[in-house]
Unconditional design. Structure first.
Length: 113
């Protein structure tokens, strides 16, 4: 029969406990960042939805690019958190296909063309 000493008598410093505290803090930061990115996606999609048909083409392109960048950053943050499937996010946030088509595209600045 194995006898373990009571936890009250175990040393207060252990690397396992420190690791757990650090891992908890990292998970907390990841979750906070995921929430911030989700809010940015909601804001960008609301700006896109607020555009009327009479908006200039340049303005619509800029808003589409901003929405695509926000969604791209959000999906990357989800992958960092271990959430690989993006189908639920697309459905839940109602991300338009025109935004999904622009994900990950690196755009040149007008001065680079």
């Amino acid at each position: 029969m194995t006898v373990r000493p009571p936890k009250a008598l175990s040393p207060s410093f252990s690397t396992a406990g420190a690791f757990n505290v650090l891992e908890y803090e990292l998970m907390s930061e990841r979750a906070d960042a995921l929430g911030r990115h989700g809010l940015k996606v909601e804001k960008a999609l609301a700006a896109l939805a607020a555009l009327k048909g009479d908006a200039s083409r340049d303005l619509r392109e800029r808003v589409l690019d901003e929405a695509a960048d926000a969604v791209w950053a959000f999906l990357i943050q989800r992958e960092i958190c271990g959430l690989r499937d993006s189908r639920d996010v697309v459905r839940r946030y109602g991300i338009p296909k025109e935004v999904m088509a622009r994900l990950g595209i690196v755009r040149r600045k007008p001065s680079e063309a």
